[in-house]
Design a protein around this ligand. Structure first.
Ligand SMILES: Cc1cc2nc3c(=O)[nH]c(=O)nc-3n(C[C@H](O)[C@H](O)[C@H](O)COP(=O)(O)OP(=O)(O)OC[C@H]3O[C@@H](n4cnc5c(N)ncnc54)[C@H](O)[C@@H]3O)c2cc1C
Length: 531
């Protein structure tokens, strides 16, 4: 007998809201919708397979004495390099205090001083101390531990772990269901859920790249599913590369938090020479994309790049940065006495499914929040610690919007499709995925040019022509969106750097929007080119 897909927990009735993803955005949205019954569908057990649990810095919130929404907004706009939607960013920043208050209510143990006030740290490109954190670099883990516990004790939330949403069922521009595969039951097992509201909270795209800080589940599958259903995708070309991933051959690469540089750690080459000061007046504290490019050049030229924390942090490393310390020690490097080898890694996607201020996508019945969404609040480059903020603010707005639109929940039927309805798709796609990831890092990475982007698109096209397995098809769709948007933006801005167009072009200082249908039309007009 097949095992029931539902965990044995008390449950009465079947809801009509399905949230895809069990990271911060998904769990926060589920809690905010409570007591309305919701289903959270997640490929990995909740709290795992989510970037949220790995966040080291914390959440930016202009709540300190003297800090203001205007100051946080100014920093966000400066980081976003001309493309921030100021109204979206202002709204996000203004909601920060209330959302931090909610998180405290769910039991998140943010650090406090002796008087009980929240302590705030300062991160690169923030004018003020405004990042709430937990025990040095443990913010993500602590936030997710508290939210997972809150979700587990909330009876209105049904969690389906091990189910990966791979396709949205759309009738015209109305999303009315989704198809998910059962990771435990083999690739031909599918679950069809009929829905009135789907909230995509499936995270980012880092794992489309060979070198990334993101978990394997961050592979763009949610964005691809939305695009295939016809949703508008915004700013897909803007991927942020973290300059200081720990380069010890681990996949994903552990992150050496920016706070280390904030504390005075320096970047040196193999000969021990600093090189950032020659490139930018702020040296190691220059904007992330500047540091990422300098580290990239040092790595590809063979000079190597290392984060030297010996003088700035030294013996206090283990206590002050326990996560980074553990990763280094596991690789045989003691960061108190040896420089840490580093490389840039795909870290955060500013682009994604285009949403409005309530998290609505361009398809009815489909909302998006967190990294999979593109609100415009980050522009071309995200300010440190603004993404967890965006996740909670927009997850709460989505919940509010759904509740307002559909105050009464409706019972719907669910059914598990039998094997055979879908082709047997158990082929091994690991070779194709590895080829894709290598091409994304090489051609759609820190430094891009037209020839490389065209080569990447040609490879994506070749792999897509042969692809049968939905997971591979989705990865290729997500990669195609990013590469095609990067080719279309013939300038450099924020996280997007074109060596053939190294400057800003004021005429292109606008957000980008595309659909898969646009790309198909373009490809049909120019059959000799990939796009
Ligand atoms: C190492 C690291 C450190 C970071 N540090 C910070 C920081 O200090 N401050 C900050 O603001 N931001 C930070 N970020 C970015 C931030 O963590 C993410 O942007 C944010 O957590 C995204 O939250 P999310 O809920 O949208 O996605 P995630 O937390 O990634 O959750 C996505 C969820 O969706 C699931 N999923 C994915 N695809 C599917 C599918 N098809 N079907 C079902 N489930 C699916 C995943 O398993 C997961 O449960 C960091 C990121 C990393 C990787």
């Amino acid at each position: 007998m097949t095992e029931s897909p539902f965990p044995p927990r008390s449950w009465s009735g079947i809801d009509d809201v399905v949230i895809v993803g069990g990271g911060l955005a998904g769990l926060f949205c589920a809690l905010k919708l409570s007591p309305r019954p919701v289903t959270v569908l997640t490929g990995a057990p909740i709290g795992e397979g989510a970037s949220s649990a790995w966040a080291q810095g914390g959440i930016a919130a202009a709540i300190g004495p003297g800090d203001t929404v205007e100051s946080h907004l100014a920093d966000t706009i400066a980081a976003g390099d001309g493309l921030v939607d100021a109204a979206m960013a202002r709204g996000m920043i203004a909601d920060a205090g209330e959302r931090i208050h909610d998180l405290l209510g769910y039991g998140v143990p943010f650090d406090r001083d002796l008087k009980g006030a929240l302590t705030l740290s300062r991160e690169a490109a923030h004018a003020e101390r405004r990042v709430v954190h937990v025990r040095g670099d443990m913010a993500g883990k602590a936030i997710m531990t508290a939210l997972v516990a809150a979700v587990r004790r909330t009876d209105s939330i049904r969690v389906l772990e091990g189910f990966v949403a791979e396709r949205l069922h759309a009738e015209g521009s109305y999303v009315s269901g989704l198809v998910a595969r059962d990771r435990r039951g083999g690739l031909s097992d599918r679950l069809f859920l009929k829905t009135r509201a789907v909230v995509l909270c499936s995270g980012g795209v880092g794992h489309l790249y060979a070198v990334t800080t993101n978990p394997p589940e961050a592979n763009g599958e949610g964005m691809a599913a939305a695009a295939q259903a016809g949703a508008l995708i915004a700013d897909a070309e803007f991927v942020q590369f973290h300059p200081t991933a720990v380069d010890i051959g681990r996949d994903p690469a552990p992150l050496a938090t920016e706070a280390l540089r904030g504390e005075g750690a320096i970047i040196v080459d193999r000969a021990g020479a600093r090189f950032l000061a020659d490139i930018h007046p702020d040296a190691e504290l220059a904007p992330r994309d500047v540091v990422a490019r300098a580290v990239h050049e040092a790595v590809v030229s063979g000079r190597g790049a290392f984060l030297d924390c010996r003088k700035a942090i030294g013996a206090a490393f283990a206590e002050r940065f326990p996560t980074v310390h553990a990763a280094c020690i596991a690789a045989g490097i003691d960061p108190a006495i040896a420089p840490i080898p580093i490389a840039p890694a795909a870290h955060y996607h500013m682009g994604g499914v285009h949403v409005d201020g309530s998290g609505r996508t361009t398809l009815s019945g489909l909302w998006a929040a967190g990294e999979v969404a593109s609100t415009g609040a980050h522009g071309a480059n995200r300010l440190a610690s603004n993404s967890l903020l965006e996740a909670v603010v927009f997850a709460a707005r989505v919940a509010n919007d759904i509740q307002g639109l559909m105050p009464n929940h409706k019972l719907v039927r669910w059914s598990q499709s039998g094997a055979g309805e879908f082709a047997d798709l158990s082929e091994d796609v690991s070779g194709a995925i590895a080829e894709l990831r290598a091409a994304m890092s090489r051609h759609v990475g820190v430094v891009r040019d037209a020839a490389g982007l065209e080569a990447a698109l040609a490879l994506i096209g070749r792999l897509a022509a042969a692809a049968r397995q939905p997971q591979l098809k989705n990865a290729l769709t997500a990669a195609r969106l990013i590469a095609a948007a990067a080719l279309a933006r013939a300038e450099s801005r924020g996280g997007h750097y074109r060596s053939d167009f190294p400057e800003h072009d004021p005429a292109q200082a606008r957000r980008s929007f595309l659909t898969l249908a646009d790309l198909d039309r373009k490809a049909a007009r120019k059959p000799e080119a990939a796009e």
